[in-house]
Design a binder for this molecule. Structure first.
Ligand SMILES: Cc1cc2nc3c(=O)[nH]c(=O)nc-3n(C[C@H](O)[C@H](O)[C@H](O)COP(=O)(O)OP(=O)(O)OC[C@H]3O[C@@H](n4cnc5c(N)ncnc54)[C@H](O)[C@@H]3O)c2cc1C
Length: 348
């Protein structure tokens, strides 16, 4: 196990801001994870588990303890009860797994094509896009429990998945290191074409799209919004969508639609659990004076996606946070809705 010191973290993230890790270890095996945890314990260091760095804002002061880069690899496949189970190492690239599943004609993750980051990152915020989320296919998650040093398997129910949440980013935040995730996919299953953008893409095709067609369509749509990491596209220097779509109570929703109607506007919304409504965060941002391409110094809004805050080059984490707060304040003042950020803030 190699312990490095003062390792710059910004190159390990998609947003490219922030300082260094005091200590840094890359874990390729479960034994490495155990040894790294002992190292942190023996020096009383806070530990942060790093995946692909695609959902992070690292503070300019960096991380004062140990950053443990999860690099556990491996992808195994077997059949069980008519499904194909994939056991995937947390350090595998998520899109590499999706590519393999689609090539093997297994349905269940095709709409999640092109999402950056690692397999281990996907259960954390119950990654979702284009009408699918990993909660639908994760059957279990193998974890290292920092509370008692044990390795254990959590079933999907124990992960507490909901919209962009799980126990890993709420009630048990910081408790588990994810080592491996098992997904159950449907061999020969049909692609999920429910999301408006996908339906539009395939309108008039005449033939039923395959899983491969769907993967290609999703990647193409994502690229047009700079939601696919594309070398040379500076709108990709982001952490993806910076705000979650607010989920409102009927009363909050009524108040919001009243404010919109007074301006002659209608806000896009979708039904959510327990009679709630999920409203479009992108719409709220755009109707609060932040259009695509907005810039303030070295920080701005993507030219292709109203929800992505981008680093236009050499921005600091403080500048990113200032932009986030500016947007939150304006949206709240105009619409009475508080936007919650989606990325994880590290070292603040
Ligand atoms: C261009 C772009 C597009 C995106 N599109 C989407 C999208 O469509 N849908 C969506 O849901 N998200 C999207 N994201 C956000 C991001 O890609 C996902 O949340 C991704 O799953 C994060 O994984 P990661 O490995 O990069 O995690 P990181 O960013 O490294 O970490 C994020 C959090 O997960 C924790 N974590 C990561 N790995 C582990 C592990 N092995 N054990 C314990 N904790 C761990 C970290 O500690 C941290 O708290 C996008 C991001 C970008 C930059």
């Amino acid at each position: 196990m190699m312990v490095q010191e003062n390792v710059p973290l910004s190159p390990l993230t998609t947003l490219k801001v922030g300082g260094a890790a005091k200590f840094f270890i890359e874990a390729k095996t479960i034994t490495d994870v155990g040894e790294a945890v002992s190292f942190a314990r023996s020096r009383n260091l806070p530990l942060f588990a790093l995946g692909g760095g695609s959902n992070l804002v690292i503070a300019d002061s960096g991380w004062p303890g140990l950053v443990l880069k999860i690099a556990l690899h491996g992808m195994e496949e077997r059949s069980e009860d008519g499904k194909t189970l994939f056991e995937v190492g947390a350090g595998e690239q998520w899109d590499k797994f999706v590519a393999r599943a689609v090539a093997g004609n297994c349905a269940g993750v095709e709409c999640l094509s092109g999402i950056p980051g690692s397999v281990g990152g996907t259960p954390v915020q119950n990654v979702g896009a284009y009408g699918q989320e990993v909660a639908e296919t994760v059957t279990s998650v193998l974890v290292f429990d920092l509370e008692d040093g044990q390795v254990r398997e959590l079933c999907a129910q124990a992960c507490g998945f909901s919209y962009r949440t799980s126990i890993f980013n709420t009630t048990a935040r910081g408790r588990y290191i994810i080592l491996r995730v098992t997904y159950a996919l449907m061999p020969g299953g049909a692609p999920r074409i429910q999301y408006a953008d996908l339906k539009k893409h395939f309108a008039g095709w005449g033939v039923t799209p395959t899983l491969t067609d769907t993967r290609e369509a999703v990647r193409r749509i994502r690229a047009s919004k700079a939601m696919l990491i594309t070398p040379g596209d500076e709108d990709c220097r982001s952490a993806g969508s910076f705000f979650k779509n607010p989920v409102l109570t009927p009363e909050q929703y009524a108040e919001l639609t009243k404010r919109a109607a007074a301006k002659g506007l209608e806000i896009p919304s979708y039904p959510a659990l327990e009679a709630r409504r999920k409203v479009s965060a992108a719409w709220l941002v755009e109707h609060s004076g932040f259009s695509k391409g907005y810039s303030s110094g070295r920080v701005g809004i993507s030219r292709k996606h109203a929800l992505a805050i981008v680093n236009r080059g050499d921005a600091t984490a403080a500048e990113i946070v200032a932009m986030k707060e500016h947007i939150q304040q304006r949206v709240e003042a105009i619409w009475g809705v508080r936007l919650d950020p989606e990325p994880v803030f590290v070292g603040f």
